[in-house]
Design a protein around this ligand. Structure first.
Ligand SMILES: [Mg+2]
Length: 164
């Protein structure tokens, strides 16, 4: 049986959604009468399409999920997680600027999960590089989070556990 991580951590911008929440869109956000999520100017806001199913799969596998984002638009990011009905998936949200080493040290303290039992998905090389040094299995996301990237990540994690 494949061994799952004890915590899966996701970046937000360009990992769950295709924009920088502090730059390309205009908070606050709202759900319009047609059910779409829009920003203050009425611009439609979308997730990468497979994100809800990625999070459902992890829930079925009983892998807790957390967010680690460096955005300064903390309120807007949390609002989007709520409006897209994703907030219920995230046991912890570390959202503030600075090196993601801080985000992960706090996640480690809050969950008690060792870095070696975490997996991290992010689109930025510098974050992958910083967090890899902690011993977290890091997966570089290209063109947004997909089910295939999840599968590849879980396989990469299982390989790190071989022989343990
Ligand atoms: Mg990003």
């Amino acid at each position: 049986m494949a061994q799952f991580p004890k915590l899966a951590v996701f970046d937000l911008d360009y990992t769950l959604w295709p924009f920088w929440v502090d730059t390309h869109v205009d908070p606050p956000f709202h759900k319009s009468s047609d059910g779409t999520i829009r920003d203050r100017r009425g611009q439609t806001i979308l997730l990468y399409p497979e994100v809800p199913e990625v999070l459902e799969r992890l829930q079925i596998a009983k892998v807790p999920v957390a967010a680690a984002s460096r955005t300064g638009e903390i309120e807007g990011a949390n609002q989007l997680l709520k409006l897209f009905d994703l907030a219920r998936h995230f046991v912890h949200r570390e959202i503030y600027p600075g090196s993601k080493v801080t985000h992960f040290e706090r996640l480690q303290q809050k969950t008690g999960v060792p870095f070696s039992q975490m997996i991290f998905f992010d689109d930025e090389r510098r974050n992958i590089s910083d967090v890899s040094q902690l011993g977290v299995t890091c997966i570089h996301v290209q063109n947004g989070m997909t089910l295939q990237t999840l599968t590849e990540g879980l396989e990469a994690f299982a390989k790190t556990q071989a022989g343990h």
